[in-house]
Design a protein around this ligand. Structure first.
Ligand code: PGA
Length: 254
């Protein structure tokens, strides 16, 4: 399966840094033809999305780097929802992907899986591809309930409109995010196999969805992760802000 490498910039950077990183990334991606065999996406913070979209249009690798957002409204496409940004707006400015249900949003904003399902429905209505994040906390892994936790998140977060074309799953063990700890290859393999089985058995339309791994992915561990069955790419946080790291992760996916 063609891999997807998605960079989640989170709440980092500035206008100048976004332009500098994107200009340099797109130049190297074009020079090495990295977008030919891999799908690449960057997800900057909301204020830099339009500017990034415009910048990408003027750059050589415009077709190779897709834009994604880090969230969207659960309330609709337009209306009196102060502070919200709708999926339709993201689509309108050129986004192709939106990350939904990230553990930081589930944790800091009490987002429930049912709320995430509504966001995914709205994202699909707007023509976006949703990257749904699932994963267990350290306490859940210690209690050996990681499988039931992830299956419950999948069951509740995926709306009926989802298909292999418009849904990507990102397995991100919460304890591995931003900590430098990566899950053991055997644990990644087991969880990705479980997710694939769930999709095949319960959600046939999503049986071919890509399953990304996320959580302290870096240049040093990317190759090993990509060799694991059912690992169809990565959702990269911290390392996506470092040009050399992000490029090496993309190269490891070829
Ligand atoms: P990290 O973040 O790569 O910095 O661990 C991954 C994520 O939160 O998507």
């Amino acid at each position: 399966m063609r891999k997807l490498i998605a960079g989640n910039w989170k709440m980092n950077g500035s206008h100048a840094q976004a332009v500098a990183l994107l200009t340099s990334l797109s130049q190297k991606i074009a020079d090495e033809n990295l977008g030919e065999k891999t799908d690449i996406c960057v997800c900057p913070p909301f204020p830099y999305l339009s500017l990034t979209a415009e910048k990408l249009e003027t750059l050589k690798a415009a077709q190779s780097i897709a834009l994604g957002a880090q969230d969207c409204s659960a309330w609709g496409q337009q209306g009196a929802f102060t502070g919200d940004v709708s999926a339709a707006m993201l689509s309108d400015i050129g986004c192709r992907y939106v990350i939904l249900g990230h553990s930081e949003r589930r944790g800091y904003y009490n987002e429930s899986s049912l709320g995430v399902a509504e966001k995914i429905r709205l994202a699909h209505e707007a023509g976006l591809i949703a990257i749904l994040c699932v994963g267990e906390t350290q306490a859940e892994r210690d209690a050996c309930v990681q499988d039931s936790t992830v299956v419950a998140q999948l069951r509740e977060s995926i709306p009926p409109c989802a298909s292999s074309e418009n849904l990507v799953i990102a397995y991100e063990p919460v304890w591995a995010i931003g900590t430098g700890k990566t899950a053991k290859p055997a644990d990644v393999e087991a969880m990705h196999a479980l997710i694939r089985r769930f999709l095949q058995e319960k959600l046939d339309k999503c049986a071919g969805s890509r399953i990304l791994y996320g959580g302290s992915v870096k240049a040093e561990n990317a190759r090993e992760l990509f060799a694991i069955a059912n690992v169809d790419g990565a959702l990269v946080g911290g390392a996506s802000l470092k040009e050399d790291q992000f490029l090496d992760i993309i190269r490891a996916a070829l």
